[in-house]
Ligand binder design. Structure first.
Ligand code: COD
Length: 321
C-alpha cells in the first residue's frame, strides 16, 4: 500500500484547517437537497470566505426563498431544479463522479437516501473498499485538538472485518489531518474482555492485530471504556496502561448508535464543534446530520476542501494486512 502523503504540519484544529486551505484553489461542492437554512448559510459562508462555491440541487424556488429568509448570499452558486430527493441526490453525486464538482454534500435528505446515491454502481463514488464515516470533534482538554469518532453514520452494525477496515480508513484520515501515528481506542463498555459483551471481544482481537503489525501507521488498543480512552486521569485511577489509554485520537465505536449518540451529546449538550466526512470514496463527501449547525456544515466543507487537496491520502487509504 502507498503510505499517505505526510502533511507538512502537526495535528490540526479546525482553525488550523481553515488556515491551511487559504492558499488552496477554490473547490466546487454539489449539494443534494439544498433547501435548508443551515446548509445555505454554510455554502454562502464558504463562497464568501473563498473556501468553495456550490451547485445547489433541489427545489429551486424553495432554495431561493430560504436563502432570502436567512440572508444567505447564494449569488455565486448555481441552482439545479430537482424537487425529487432521490433524483437530487443522484444528480449531485453524478456532478462529482463526472468531475464537474469536487465534493458531494448531503443537504436536507435522509442519510440512507443520500448514501445510496454515493454507493450507486452507475453514478456513485464507491471504490473497491468499504466506505465509512468519521466525525471530527474539536476537543478542548487537555489541549485543543481534533479527535475522530467512527463509524457513527454509515455502517450500522459492522462485523469484525468491517471494524478493521473502518479503523484503517480513520487512521488514514487522522494522518491526513497531521497525526503521524494515530492512536485508536476500540471502545466498549469495559476494559476487560467479557464474552457476554461482543464489542469487547472484537476490540481485543483488533488490539492483537495491531500488535502483529496488521494496521499500518497506527496503533489500536482495546477494549477501552470512553473515559479511559480520553482521560489520562481515568486511565491512571483504573490502572490501565497502554499506548492509547488517555490519549486516543480515534474512537472506534462498536456500532452506529454508540457513535451517533456520543457525537450528538458532544455537539448538543456540550456545545462542541463537529464536522463529518465519508472516508474511502473516490472524492470527499460531506455528511452531517440534518439538525447540525451551519457552523458544523461549514467546517465540514472546509475539511473536505482540505482532504480534496491531499489526493494521495484521499484515494489510497490502505488495507488491513
Ligand atoms: N461501503 C462500500 N459499499 C457498501 C457499503 C459501504 N459502507 N454499504 C453497502 N455497500 C454496498 C454493498 O456491498 C452492496 O453492493 C450495496 O452497497 C448495497 O448494500 P446493502 O443492501 O447492504 O446496503 P443498503 O443500500 O441497504 O444500505 C447502505 C446504507 C449506507 C444506506 C445503510 O447501511 C444505511 O442506512 N446506513 C445508515 C445511514 C443512517 O441512517 N445514518 C443515520 C445517522 S446520521
Amino acid at each position: 500500500m502507498s503510505q499517505p502523503t505526510k502533511p507538512s504540519h502537526g495535528p490540526l484544529t479546525f482553525d488550523g484547517v481553515l488556515d491551511a486551505i487559504k492558499p488552496y484553489p477554490k473547490r466546487r461542492v454539489a449539494v443534494a437537497v439544498a433547501a435548508d437554512d443551515a446548509v445555505l448559510d454554510a455554502v454562502a459562508r464558504a463562497a464568501r470566505d473563498n473556501v468553495a462555491d456550490a451547485v445547489l440541487v433541489g427545489e429551486a424556488a424553495k432554495i431561493r426563498e430560504m436563502a432570502a429568509a436567512v440572508g444567505a448570499d447564494i449569488s455565486a452558486c448555481e441552482i439545479v431544479d430537482e424537487p425529487d430527493h432521490e433524483k437530487a441526490a443522484r444528480h449531485a453525486v453524478q456532478l462529482v463522479s463526472s468531475g464537474a464538482c469536487h465534493i458531494a454534500m448531503k443537504g436536507k435528505i435522509h442519510t440512507d437516501d443520500f448514501l445510496r446515491a454515493v454507493l450507486d454502481r452507475e453514478v456513485g463514488l464507491r471504490t473497491k473498499r468499504l466506505l465509512s464515516h468519521a466525525f471530527l470533534l474539536e476537543v478542548a482538554r487537555p489541549t485543543k485538538r481534533l479527535i475522530f469518532v467512527t463509524d457513527g453514520a454509515m455502517n450500522i452494525a459492522p462485523d469484525f472485518e468491517q471494524k478493521a477496515q473502518i479503523a484503517t480508513n480513520a487512521i488514514a484520515l487522522a494522518r491526513l489531518f497531521g497525526i503521524d501515528e494515530p492512536k485508536v481506542a476500540a471502545l466498549a463498555g469495559v476494559e476487560l474482555v467479557n464474552p457476554k459483551m461482543p464489542a469487547t471481544q472484537d476490540a481485543a482481537v483488533l488490539a492483537l492485530m495491531s500488535i502483529r503489525g496488521q494496521f499500518e501507521a497506527g496503533v489500536v488498543e482495546g477494549p477501552l471504556a470512553l473515559d479511559i480512552a480520553v482521560s489520562e486521569e481515568a486511565a491512571r485511577v483504573k490502572g490501565v496502561k497502554n499506548a492509547v489509554a488517555g490519549r486516543a485520537d480515534i474512537l472506534l465505536v462498536p456500532n452506529l448508535e454508540c457513535g451517533n449518540i456520543l457525537v450528538k451529546a458532544f455537539a448538543h449538550l456540550a456545545g462542541g464543534r463537529v464536522a463529518g466526512l465519508v472516508v474511502g470514496a473516490r472524492a470527499p463527501v460531506v455528511l452531517t446530520s440534518r439538525a447540525d449547525s451551519a457552523e458544523s456544515k461549514f467546517l465540514s466543507i472546509a475539511c473536505a476542501v482540505y482532504a480534496a487537496n491531499m489526493e494521495a491520502v484521499r484515494v489510497k487509504v490502505g488495507k488491513v494486512k
